[in-house]
Each structure stands twice: as C-alpha cells, then as structure tokens.
Write a protein that binds this ligand. Sequence first.
Ligand code: MGP
Ligand code: SAH
Length: 247
Amino acid sequence: MTANERVAVQASHSRRLKKRKRVKLKRSRGKRGDCAIISPLVKKYWLQRYHLFSRYDEGVELDEEGWYSVTPEEIAIRHAERCRGKTVIDCFAGVGGNAIQFAILCRHVIAIDIDPQKIALALHNAKVYGVEDRIDFVVGDFFQLAPSLKGDVVYLSPPWGGPSYKMIQQFNLDLLKPKDGYSVFQAAQRITPNIVMFLPRNMDLSQVEELSWLSSPPLHVEIEENYVDGNFKGITAYFSNVAWREA
Ligand code: MGP
Ligand code: SAH
C-alpha cells in the first residue's frame, strides 16, 4: 500500500467513525424524533420527559393537557409509597402518571377521568409499565360517580386551570377546576377520610388546613413539599382520621 493509499483508507475510516457518531447522537437526542412535532407550550415539559415517565422511550404517549398536568414519576412514587397495599381511587387520572405508580405499590387502583382520550392514554401507558391488569379504568365524571365508589384512599389531582396557575401570587381552592376545592373534598370525604390532594406550590396553605375542619372531629392533615431535581413542583396534603404512617 502506498503512502497515498494509506491516507485515503485512514480518511474514509475516520469519515465512517464520524458518521457512526452522528447517528448515535441523533438517536440519543430523542429516539422517537417527536421533538419537532410538539407545540411550544409542551416543549418545556417534553424536555423533562424522563422525569415525568422514566420509561418514556418505550412508547409512553401524552396529549397537551397530559404533558403539563402529569405528576412527575418521582413524586407519583412518593404518593404511592404512602398508600402502599391499599385500594386507591385516582379520581382525576389523566394520562396515568399516578395510577401507574399506585398499580405498582398498592393493592388495586380505580382510575377515573372524564375525558375518554385520557383514559385511552392511561391504559396505553399502563401497558408500557405492564400494570394494566391492576387498574380499573373508568370514563366518567368523578362528582357523579362518587356516591357509588368504594376504596381505602381517594387521590385528588384535579385541573389547576393550566400552566398559568403560577401567575397568581397565592392560589386558592376556588380556582381548582371543574369545581372548587371544597366541593371536590366534600365529594371525596363521603368515600373515605383518607384523602391525598396534589396541589399547586403557590397554594394558600391555611385554606388546605381548613379543609380538615369540614369533618367532625377534624381530620389530621400533613402537608409536604414535592421537589424534582431541587425544583419545587407542588404540595401534597395527606388527610386522615389517624396520623398517616410514614412510608
Ligand atoms: P409547572 O409549574 O407548569 O411546570 O408544573 P414547571 O416545570 O415546574 O414550571 P416552571 O415554570 O417552574 O419551570 C409543575 C407540575 O405541576 C407539573 O409537572 C404537574 O405535575 C403539576 N401540574 C401543573 N399543572 C398546570 C397541573 C394541573 O392543572 N393539574 C394537576 N393535577 N397538576 C398540574
Ligand atoms: N394525576 C394525573 C393528571 C391529572 S390532570 C397524571 O399524573 O397523569 C387532571 C385530569 O382531570 C384531566 O385529565 C381531566 O380530564 C380530568 N377531569 C376534569 N374534570 C373531571 C371530572 N369531573 N371527573 C373526572 N376527571 C376530570
């Protein structure tokens, strides 16, 4: 082999290497290449996708409301750990962020959402995690279904009115959708005193404590702050007629 031929072989080898590196880089940026088709609103949540679903690349799917509402997986695991072994009713199930973690750690899950597309996505995502058999999926209005529901724990993560919730200095229970937080809580209380509520980080905490006074004697309430990677994401209120056992 002449010196020129050696240079040519080396050059083509390094071109091949560069090509291989480029392909690898493209793949690791987003296996499903969905970055290009997401809306500007969703982009910031898409960038956090592995915090939302660690198995995102295995086929997890979300719609726009699902993207900005889903409970980050680490927080959903925390909620599920506190309900370990119980039957949990996830009354505003969305695309299944919480329901999936409840299915992994709890005895049984009833996942309700008024939007049929959310329930279809929650079922799909539960299949990705292999837990679809541990969840009863129900399309319906929580307020209508509440009188017929039975379970050990009621989990409430209702809509907060979209990502603009944080423009308000202090969020209050009247701003929750589709009904105010008092109505949601009262409907839940008729099922069980064991209620978990996931609420905005700018929530007026004195109002959350007041909810416990809707029961006689008043319920115990424990409030925790939830962080992901040091970022404050929301608060969780655990209500019960006995103090919640630490998981
Ligand atoms: P966020 O504050 O919109 O995002 O939502 P982020 O990245 O913390 O915003 P930033 O401006 O501080 O960068 C934070 C988390 O709150 C989301 O991941 C959801 O878990 C939850 N969340 C947000 N919204 C708008 C809702 C909602 O409407 N309902 C419920 N149940 N959860 C929500
Ligand atoms: N915790 C969920 C996100 C819930 S977002 C997750 O981790 O994926 C709130 C959900 O409440 C939305 O999907 C919305 O469709 C649903 N919802 C709104 N009104 C409802 C009602 N009356 N009954 C049941 N679900 C309702």
